[in-house]
Design a protein around this ligand. Structure first.
Ligand code: ADP
Ligand code: MG
Length: 273
């Protein structure tokens, strides 16, 4: 679905992305982690050319979007983007916030978009908020509305830059559930940046960035086993991995790949048996 080859990006003489190669398959849920300033946001913004790459090619569904002749608006419609700040218009109702883009871009007529908005609100569990204004919603609700607004454009792929960073635990859980449903039930490809390691553990594939490069790429279970490597670039690991790693350092024979709470509990049970 997305193919990135030799992607570099500089701001002035500051090299922020250094020769990135990456392939994202349809329906995949890819999570990107990395210390602050490692280039995660720049990488995501390059994917739909919100930033212009300095070098390299990006192909989306067979179309080389880094080619200047490409209609980037058409590509952006297929690649929804959600940010940390919710990007809702404060002076418009929730319904209007969701229908604005599909109507303006000619994707739908107003009545059609209204009907679609009703469905989307139901999907994100916020039907009763259609006539409310953003200020009347919690952070988690606003972010779910922002996501509804993005999926109103029927993208095949959705790219989220720390969508849960501003949220309390309940809002975060709601947003994550919404993203999971989109990915698992609607087959929407998801690329998500987070600094929550428990969110990273839920990825199909985990990409670790440091200093503008990809330093690890694989299943979370595998990537998280390199505890020292991750710590050396200033990252943490999930609590389960941390606990098992500490026990191993004490010389106890526990597996490092028991990532979920259940697997970790099982590993501890076997240790005690
Ligand atoms: P991350 O999302 O991993 O925290 P960013 O991609 O936001 O990292 O930033 C990577 C580096 O690029 C940082 O050093 C940041 O200061 C720099 N940077 C990002 N955007 C710009 C910009 N528009 N102009 C200049 N420098 C930038
Ligand atoms: Mg960032």
């Amino acid at each position: 679905m997305i193919d990135v080859k030799g992607l570099s990006k500089s701001f002035g003489n500051h090299l922020v992305l250094d020769n990135i190669d990456q392939h994202i398959s349809p329906g995949e849920k890819v999570v990107v982690i990395g210390p602050s300033g490692s280039g995660k946001s720049t990488f995501l913004r390059c994917l739909n050319l919100l930033e212009q790459p300095t070098a390299g090619t990006i192909t989306f569904d067979g179309v080389v979007i880094t080619d200047p002749r490409v209609d980037i608006d058409a590509i952006r419609r297929q690649m929804g983007m959600v940010f940390q700040h919710f990007n809702l218009f404060p002076n418009m109702t929730i319904r209007r916030n969701i229908t604005l883009a599909p109507v303006r871009t000619g994707l739908m007529k107003q009545e059609e978009a209204d009907a679609e908005a009703a469905k989307l609100l139901e999907r994100v569990g916020l039907t009763e908020k259609a006539d409310s204004y953003p200020a009347q919603l919690s952070g988690g609700q606003k972010q779910r509305i922002a996501i509804a607004g993005v999926i109103a454009m029927e993208p095949r792929c959705i790219v989220l830059d720390e969508p849960t960073a501003m949220l309390d635990p309940i809002g975060r859980a709601d947003v994550l559930r919404t993203i999971k449903t989109l990915n698992r039930e609607r087959g929407v490809t998801v690329v998500l940046i987070t600094h929550h390691m428990d969110e990273a553990a839920q990825a199909d594939r985990l990409v670790v960035m440091a200093k503008g490069r990809i330093v690890a790429d694989g299943a979370p279970k595998e990537v998280f086993q390199d505890v020292e490597g991750l710590k050396s670039v200033g990252l943490t690991v999930p609590d389960t991995t941390e606990l098992l790693w500490e026990l191993r350092r004490e010389g106890l024979d526990v597996p490092l790949d028991a990532l979920s709470d259940e697997e970790c509990a099982q590993a501890l049970k076997e240790l005690l048996a």
